[in-house]
Design a protein around this ligand. Structure first.
Ligand SMILES: NC(=O)c1ccc[n+]([C@@H]2O[C@H](COP(=O)([O-])OP(=O)(O)OC[C@H]3O[C@@H](n4cnc5c(N)ncnc54)[C@H](OP(=O)(O)O)[C@@H]3O)[C@@H](O)[C@H]2O)c1
Length: 219
């Protein structure tokens, strides 16, 4: 797939690199320095390049949105029309000092984003996992028991695309339902971040849901 990265920082830089290693074409965009984008593309190897947000978005089968909440409108103003595009957002609606969700309970960042780009197919994924664990998950992907990754969205085709990328990174995708479930996954992401950054074990933390009972199958 052709993946356009909007926001090439901790999340976008690492996920874009992993997507490239998994065989996808990746365009890195939206950083404060073009040199950084070029270096990311060089270091990721594979079919990667640096581009503008417009190039990254318009040439993509799927877009990863990985910017701070305060930058969403700015980056969207640079992409051109996103009608029909699958947008996977890992962006959380955090305040400027990253201490609180500014959207919650009756809406979510993912739903607010979908309102900004009503004709795009928005999927919330990769928002519940610290960037520090991504390469470790990718390197362990041959193991039988993969960590879970919850995702949600209203469009089945968009979710299908997200599922493929989630598997490529090394997670076991867990469909949490429609986009409004982001009201639950976004606060859950803060729990994971709390455990990762305030806990004793360090930030390389992933999670796994297991289902017990009638089937005994994992979630
Ligand atoms: N980090 C995590 O573990 C994690 C986990 C789950 C969800 N999230 C969410 O994912 C999103 C991205 O987080 P992140 O940690 O990857 O953020 P980050 O490292 O700060 O990356 C954000 C990207 O946006 C770029 N950017 C910021 N201001 C810009 C501007 N004025 N013009 C152009 N580019 C600009 C940054 O450029 P530079 O590269 O030049 O700084 C960077 O490439 C956030 O919404 C966050 O809440 C993060």
């Amino acid at each position: 797939m052709r993946v356009g990265i909007l926001g090439s920082g901790l999340m976008g830089g690492k996920l874009g690199t992993i997507f490239a290693r998994a065989g996808h074409d990746v365009v890195f965009s939206y950083a404060r320095s073009e040199q950084k984008l070029k270096k990311l593309a060089r270091d990721a190897k594979g079919r990667t390049r640096a581009g503008t947000p417009r190039e990254a978005a318009q040439q993509a089968d799927v877009i990863l949105l990985a910017v701070h909440w305060s930058r969403i409108k700015d980056v969207l103003s640079q992409t051109g029309d996103l009608s029909g595009k699958v947008i996977i957002t890992c962006s959380l609606p955090m305040n400027n000092d990253n201490t609180e969700l500014v959207v919650a309970h009756t809406s979510s960042g993912a739903e607010e984003l979908a309102r900004m780009v009503p004709k795009a197919l928005v999927v919330a994924a990769f928002n519940t996992i610290p960037s520090e664990v991504l390469f470790g998950v990718y390197e362990s992907k041959r193991k039988a028991r993969r960590p879970s990754l919850v995702y949600c969205g209203d469009d089945e085709s968009g979710k299908g695309v997200a599922t493929e990328l989630i598997r490529d990174v090394g997670f076991d995708p867990l469909d949490a339902g429609p986009l409004r479930i982001a009201r639950y996954t976004e606060p859950f992401a803060l729990l994971v971040a709390h455990l990762a950054y305030e806990g004793d074990g360090g930030p390389e933390l992933a999670y796994r849901f297991e289902r017990f009972g009638t089937t005994g199958a994992s979630a």
